[in-house]
Design a protein around this ligand. Structure first.
Ligand SMILES: Cc1ncc(COP(=O)(O)O)c(C=O)c1O
Length: 408
């Protein structure tokens, strides 16, 4: 287990008192806290090196460009990709919109073909495909995760000779279920080699070692702010083969090669997909965040999160007034969803905050289709990161007992 007390020191928010209690932050699946080191790196860039990138030749511009490109290299190394395969975006949501729209406008998906998504998805990996389906008249097929739980064999039956794209999350942001992505991709490739596979890594990349070469996805997306980085920066990894083939999503700025009144040609990868002035602050902050995660070691983070998740499930199961969702077994990572019987999750969350300074998430978690599968409108969700420890869960359990006493 990580020495979380040591990491707590690096996050000023954890020194805050909420209604007289130390903040216990259990909402990491929504966003992680800010570390001083990451913010110092952003500040250092912003105050001393800031200029527009890839444009001017003065010293600041050269420094900014180098810092931005170094950040890209750090991201690429982190997931074992090539630099040209890393596109900086605003976040996982923008990355998926980019892929969906570009595949459709490039006519890589034809109207008679199918896109397969699942009812486990965050809206970010659901709505763009649904809307693209409507606009371009492409059928979208929905894998129904019964009771909100992914079943490998059942999923494979949804793949047909028409399937052109599958897009799937690696970890459910509601139940924390880990989808065996490598195994799944290998199986899909055995069934059909030409299916384009998109992986939503928003909840997996911050918690599990990720190697795109081993994984063999065609596209992988994730967000900086769920892995200690700033908001407003995310990543789209794409195999060069596809990035070279698909149309850009946004136009203007450094993504341009030559413009005439007749037509425009576009820059090489990765710039082809980075229109306008990019979020250099975000990229620099994300690079620092990755440095921190690499120093700790992703395997250590995985084990730490697993210990906390297992402990949380074990403790929550002892409370007979709770309904816990998801697999409740070894295939679960860093997220647990539950409800206090008969009490609205917003009330639970509000009382935990007000009485104990415990921050949890309540709501539908931008994943209404899985809520429907679970037969609820919303849940309470707890989620962990490097600065959480077992004591946080113990306090949550005390808090939940109090909530039950008050509201039952
Ligand atoms: C599984 C999953 N995918 C995508 C997203 C969207 O991420 P962002 O809002 O950073 O674009 C989230 C955010 O909660 C998520 O949990």
């Amino acid at each position: 287990m990580l020495s979380s007390k040591e990491y707590k020191e690096l996050f000023p928010a954890l020194k805050r008192k909420i209604n007289g209690h130390d903040l216990i932050y259990l909402d990491n699946a929504a966003t992680t806290l800010r570390s001083k080191e990451v913010m110092d790196a952003v500040c250092e860039y912003s105050l001393n090196h800031h200029a527009n990138v890839h444009r001017s030749s003065h010293t600041l511009a050269a420094e900014a460009t180098k810092m931005y490109e170094d950040a890209r290299e750090r991201v690429a190394n982190f997931i074992d990709a090539e630099n040209e395969e890393i596109i900086f975006t605003k976040g996982a949501t923008e990355s998926i919109n980019l892929i969906a729209y570009s595949l459709a406008t490039s006519k890589i998906i034809q109207p008679e073909e199918e896109i397969l998504i699942t009812t486990l998805e965050h809206h970010a990996n659901f709505v763009p495909w649904q809307q693209i389906g409507k606009i371009f008249n492409i059928r979208v097929k929905y894998y129904q995760a019964k009771n909100g739980i992914f079943n490998f064999d059942d999923y494979l039956t949804y793949i047909s000779h028409k399937t052109r794209v599958i897009s799937i999350t690696a970890v459910s942001n509601v139940t924390g279920q880990v989808i065996p992505i490598e195994e799944l991709i290998s199986k899909v490739r055995q069934i059909r080699k030409d299916i384009i596979i998109v992986v939503d890594g928003a909840q997996s990349v911050p918690h599990l070692p990720t190697n795109v070469k081993k994984m063999d996805a065609d596209f992988l997306v994730f967000s900086g702010h769920k892995m200690l980085g700033p908001t407003g920066v995310g990543v789209l990894f794409g195999k060069k083969e596809y990035l070279n083939k698909i149309n850009p999503f946004l136009f203007g700025g450094e993504m341009i090669d030559k413009v005439t009144t007749k037509d425009t040609s576009f820059n090489i990868l990765p710039y082809k997909f980075e229109a306008g002035t990019p979020n250099v602050d975000g990229a620099v902050g994300l690079a620092k965040a990755i440095e921190i995660l690499e120093d700790i070691g992703m395997q250590n983070i995985k084990e730490h999160d697993k210990i906390l998740t297992d402990y949380a499930i074990e403790q929550l199961k002892l409370l007979n007034f709770l309904e816990i969702y998801g697999p409740k077994n070894e295939s679960q990572c860093s997220i647990v969803s539950f409800n206090v019987k008969g009490i609205h999750p917003h009330d639970v969350s509000q009382l935990l905050n007000d009485l104990y300074g415990i921050a949890i998430r309540s709501g539908h978690h931008c994943a209404q289709p899985i809520m429907e599968e679970l037969g609820v409108k919303s849940t309470c969700r707890i989620s962990f990161y490097i600065y959480n420890e077992k004591e946080d869960i113990d306090k949550l359990i005390l808090g939940l007992k109090k909530v039950w006493e008050w509201l039952k």
